[in-house]
Write a protein that binds this ligand. Structure first.
Ligand code: FAD
Length: 467
């Protein structure tokens, strides 16, 4: 068995297949694992994530994967999400005593950045999502409808759109509301905030991202497999509708009974030759899937400027501030360093792509100083900006029609990656789902079916009353 790509999709497929008794040989082009969800060491020895990654309680497959590779204990879950607007008004999202779907009612009622009229319009839209169990009738219109259109049809106020829907969804889906299929947006609220009490809980790694994959190599190797780094695949060979091998630098060729290609979709599109596209037309359609950017800004201050583990900012370029010192410190038993390391996240950061790094640093520093008064007195020791132009696939209306299934019409070829047909947007959960689905397809084809995909969290509390 050959797996190409050592991101979450390739790793989850590889670990699952190894567990099913297959000898897995994984090939990754970079010198480390994790793909887009990884961390590097800067020349001065500082560990930085390529960008802060978070998970939610409803991401059941990612949780299962972390458990399989011994990393579940490296994710810390938080029950309280904090929001702050430029006027300094704060709001929280936290489950209270009431059962779902009313568990957020208390914190929602007290959410200062929203007016009563905003809240009433949001409550009506939530009711609609509840009644449809996350599937309102207009989501199935041909070609899909945008999230903005969905909100307008439900007469959402400008305040509700800008200070609530946009804040949650641009971060969750990495796209603007007018370019997001409403199906994904509605699903975020159904699975994360309405159907049960724990789906919204936010999981944040307490170690640099690359450390989450330490157990993967061991899982694959203990079943006789291998993990090969710095090994980019240069070509895929097929004959008579079946994969006959993959080619690496220097003409080295490797063969296997089955191949899982777990590459980002632009890389897969580049490797797909005309014969492959003839056998599997969906490979020729990958260019219809767009990409959207995320920018991460890293600040090191000479003193503590923030107490909370993270905060969401409303109506600023900066969307999230993560207190990395506190998040890492909790795991390392320290957290008492003099200085403080913050990481800022800006999703769908189209406007920043062309801006010089210093301009981005200046803009974000001003926003941090406005949000965190202690930062005004502090000295910024170091700053870095990491722009990911193709961070995720863009969840544009109707995008699902271009997403291929994990099983292809080419014998021996299986696909994985957050962009394949999982029903999920581009997330770590979507990547792991795709890896598990690819592993299931391999085993089904080999006549030894086995299930890896985990069920969604069940609806609980009084949710049944509404649907
Ligand atoms: C900045 C940023 C922030 C994000 N934030 C979040 C978040 O908070 N929460 C969340 O759930 N998701 C987040 N995501 C999305 C998440 O990272 C991805 O959805 C997920 O990691 C994709 O995994 P994958 O395995 O499908 O693809 P990838 O991680 O891209 O893995 C593909 C692998 O294939 C390798 N490869 C490519 N070409 C070749 C070749 N020719 N030969 C061999 N190997 C090759 C690549 O090096 C890579 O390791 C974020 C993404 C980015 C970029």
């Amino acid at each position: 068995m050959i797996v190409i790509g050592g991101g979450l999709a390739g790793l989850s497929a590889g670990v699952a297949l190894a567990e099913a008794g297959w000898r897995v040989r994984l090939f990754e082009q970079r010198p480390f694992l994790g793909g887009r969800a990884t961390s590097y060491v800067l020349p001065d020895g500082e560990h930085v994530d390529n960008c802060q990654h978070v998970t939610l309680g409803c991401c059941t497959n990612l949780e299962d994967f972390y458990r399989r590779v011994g990393s579940a204990g490296k994710i810390k879950f938080f029950d309280r999400l904090l929001f702050q607007d430029p006027q300094g008004r704060t709001g929280e999202m936290q489950a209270g005593m009431l059962p779902a779907p009313f568990h957020m009612a208390g914190s929602f009622a007290a959410f200062a950045p929203l007016t009563l009229v905003d809240k009433r319009s949001i409550a009506w839209a939530m009711l609609d999502i509840l009644r449809g169990k996350g599937r309102t009738a207009d989501l199935d219109e041909p070609g899909g409808i945008s999230m903005l259109e969905w909100l307008k049809r439900r007469k959402q106020t400008l305040g509700a759109i800008e200070r609530f829907w946009r804040v949650v969804l641009v971060s969750a889906l990495d796209e603007e509301l007018d370019r997001t299929d409403a199906r994904f947006g509605v699903d975020v609220f159904w699975k994360g905030f309405l159907s049960n009490r724990t789906g919204y809980r936010m999981g944040v790694p307490s170690v640099p991202l690359a450390e989450l994959y330490d157990g993967c190599k061991a899982e694959i190797e203990k079943r006789g497999g291998e993990v090969n780094l710095r090994m980019p695949v240069r070509a895929i060979h097929i004959a008579d509708g079946a994969v006959t091998g993959v080619e690496f630098d220097g003409g080295r060729r490797e063969t296997a009974d089955a191949y899982v290609f777990a590459l980002p979709h632009p890389a897969m599109a580049e490797l797909a030759n005309e014969e492959m596209k003839r056998c599997e037309p969906r490979l020729g359609e990958l260019e219809n899937i767009g990409v959207s950017p995320i920018t991460g800004v890293h600040f090191w201050f000479d003193r503590e400027v923030m107490k909370e583990p993270f905060v969401t900012l409303l109506e600023t370029t900066t969307q999230w501030i993560f207190n990395k010192t506190a998040l890492y410190g909790a795991a390392n038993g320290t957290g008492k360093e003099k200085g403080q390391y913050l990481q800022l996240v800006i999703s769908a950061s189209y406007d920043l792509l062309q801006k010089p790094r210093q301009e981005i640093i200046d803009l974000c520093l001003k926003e941090v100083q406005q949000a965190l008064p202690a930062a005004r007195e502090a000295k910024l020791l170091k700053a870095t900006v990491i722009k990911e132009a193709a961070a995720t696939f863009s969840p544009q209306p109707g995008v699902d029609r271009w997403r291929p299934t994990q099983e292809t019409k080419i014998r021996g070829m299986f696909l994985a990656g957050d962009w394949t047909a999982t029903g999920w947007p581009a997330t770590m959960e979507g990547a792991v789902r795709s890896g598990y689905l690819a592993a299931e397809a391999v085993l089904r084809n080999a006549g030894t079916p086995r299930e890896f995909l985990q069920a969604d969290l069940p609806a609980d509390g009084f949710v049944g009353w509404f649907c």
